[in-house]
Design a protein around this ligand. Structure first.
Ligand code: FAD
Length: 553
């Protein structure tokens, strides 16, 4: 109607794409063995939209009149579908509550401004009316960064940035692009690629998340080892605040006091609305390749990733799955036949002859980009490190498959929910010296928590990003439960995992942000004094708490 498309209201992504297991012969036995769930049994289904009880809009005539005056009737929407789509992100808590008809307080109106001036008028009208204003990018966050507070009595305006979706200019000499905050990943990359450039930011949610959302949640992408996370990529920006527009010109570096840019990164709508940003962009590489490697154990694989990060090798990604996630990945492979099947069996036989325990096998993906000569040199350097650490090069096939399929994996969560299992992720970062203990503690804490709530469950992990001094560990976990108490049980397991991060010298989140879900751990993560500084910053900019209240702290 207004040209802005959203994900389906009840799940991930777009209608018509879903996870299927029929062509993956090992998937059903794997799930049955690990969590006791028969994925072949008759499945449930998400409700139809008619079954959802949508609370009435509380938008008053005065605020409505001001919004319509600023944007026009068409872009001030109180339809049920728009309001529901803008209520939650896409965490499993969000999906379960949506499926179970548990909508409490939802936005009263969704507005779709066309430019910064309209954003300014919406912000000023909302604040003057003492309404709550929640910026909305792609709606893909998984930390409760969008949902209105339960019991909010003020009017709630969801401000959708979807019409601000253009690459406005490229400063080719500097390698910078000015891009509107509502641009989704594919839209901005397509506009850059047409002119031979890339931003190089590819979170797994790339297809359904926006530049403004990435900045507001401090996102990381699959290739952040090369390009940096969004904090590194973002060099300047504009943000609409009550009665003001904050402008940061793009700079390679600056020493002008504490960094305002850094204060805005991760602010989750609490300091204002980002309308555009200057970001680093790069020439499209001549060659790009992702190779697969095997390691005999998680421990050896972790050490290899650390060695790569400390070496001269320049990689775009160096990722390794633990044995649990490797087993899961194998279970999602399609049926093999002919030469492929023969080659796979030959590799496994070779590994067994070398004394590898195949149950402990860990798969790794390492990526390279640049000129052909550069890629060849990096591959050689990495091969030497991998071999030194007891690993082996598998080749291009699995790497290419992983690269093609990575944006489809999220559909699996909806498939599992239909069949009575709730799955989600928790991720952290810690110094290398703490990493293995953090991993062991977290697996143990999650399994204990699953036993305490009486659920069959599974937890698995991969290392996703490497830094000079440490790395990000990314845990995926699932519990088989479709009782009325599934969210209480899920929360119990999630809490155990988050607490384990903090107790094991990790951070409560490496790249998903804080929202409502992680806020209870903020004082433990950054100390009570750090938490107070953030709270006072938010109070100073937004004294009446109109801007996405309750998120972060
Ligand atoms: P939204 O969810 O719409 O909003 C997130 C927060 O930012 C909200 O508080 C909102 O108010 C605020 N906000 C949005 N736009 C603006 C703006 N213009 N100005 C001010 N505030 C704003 N994250 C990663 O970093 N890496 C990953 O690989 C990754 N993979 C994911 C995979 C899946 C399946 C899912 C469900 C999520 C994943 N995420 C990942 C999390 C999520 O995609 C990120 O947090 C993303 O940055 C959110 O962007 P969005 O545009 O969807 O923001």
């Amino acid at each position: 109607m207004n040209g802005v498309k959203h994900m389906k209201w009840w799940g991930w992504g777009v209608e018509g794409i879903a996870f299927h297991h029929e062509d993956k012969p090992n998937f059903a036995p794997f799930v049955l063995e690990k969590v006791g769930l028969d994925v072949n049994a008759p499945s449930g289904r998400p409700p139809t939209f008619d079954e959802i009880e949508v609370p009435a809009s509380q938008l008053g005539e005065q605020l409505r009149g001001e919004l319509v005056g600023a944007l026009g009737e068409k872009y001030v929407v109180t339809e049920h579908m728009d309001r529901v789509v803008h209520t939650f992100g896409k965490s499993v808590r969000d999906l379960v509550r949506m499926r179970r008809n548990q909508l409490k307080r939802i936005p009263d109106v969704v507005v779709y401004p066309a430019d910064e001036d309209q954003v300014r008028q919406v912000v000023d009208a909302a604040v003057a009316a003492d309404a709550v204003l929640i910026p909305f990018g792609g709606g893909s966050n998984i930390v409760g960064a969008l949902e209105p507070l339960a019991g909010e009595t003020r009017q709630i305006v969801s401000l959708d940035l979807g019409r601000l979706n253009k690459v406005l200019e490229i400063d080719e000499e500097s390698g910078l692009a000015r891009i509107q905050a509502g641009a989704l990943g594919p839209a901005l990359e397509e506009q850059l690629n047409r002119r031979g450039w890339t931003m190089g930011h590819f979170p797994d949610s790339f297809t359904h998340s926006t530049l403004g959302g990435w900045i507001a949640t401090r996102s990381s992408g699959m290739q952040s080892d090369k390009y940096g996370d969004i904090g590194d990529v973002t060099r300047g920006l504009r943000m609409v605040q009550p009665g003001a527009v904050l402008v940061l010109n793009p700079l390679p570096a600056t020493s002008t006091g504490p960094s305002v840019r850094e204060m805005i990164l991760g602010s989750e709508g609490r300091l204002g609305v980002i309308t555009e940003a200057w970001v680093n962009v790069h020439r499209l590489p001549e060659e790009r390749v992702i190779l697969a490697y095997f390691f005999p154990t998680w421990s050896k694989g972790l050490r290899a990733m650390q060695a790569i990060s400390k070496s001269d090798a320049q990689v775009i990604v160096a990722r390794i799955s633990d044995d649990r996630e490797t087993a899961f990945s194998f279970s999602t492979q399609k049926k093999q036949s002919g030469v492929k099947k023969y080659a796979t069996e030959a590799i496994f036989k070779l590994l067994q002859r070398r004394g590898w325990d195949l149950d402990k096998l860990c798969m790794s993906f390492i990526g390279f980009e640049g000129t052909k000569a550069h890629v060849a040199r990096q591959k050689q350097l990495v091969k030497e490190i991998v071999t030194e650490h007891g690993g082996m090069v598998v080749g291009k096939g699995p790497g290419a498959l992983y690269d093609q399929k990575k944006f489809d994996t999220p559909y699996l969560r909806d498939f599992l929910l239909d069949r009575g299992a709730a799955a989600d992720v928790s991720e952290t970062a810690a110094p290398y010296s703490k990493l293995e203990t953090l991993y062991d503690n977290t697996i143990a804490a999650a399994e204990e928590a699953m036993a305490e709530v009486g659920c069959n469950g599974y937890i698995m992990c991969h290392l996703s990003h490497n830094y000079h001094s440490g790395a990000c560990l990314y845990f995926t976990f699932a519990i088989a439960d479709d009782s009325e108490q599934v969210l209480e049980k899920y929360d119990h397991v999630k809490r155990a995992i988050q607490q384990s991060f903090i107790d094991s010298h990790g951070t409560l989140s490496h790249h998903h942000g804080v929202g409502l879900e992680h806020a209870p751990w903020m004082a433990q993560d950054i100390s009570p004094a750090g938490e107070r500084m953030i709270r006072e910053l938010f109070d100073a900019v937004d004294p009446k708490g109109n801007l996405n209240p309750g998120k972060v702290v």
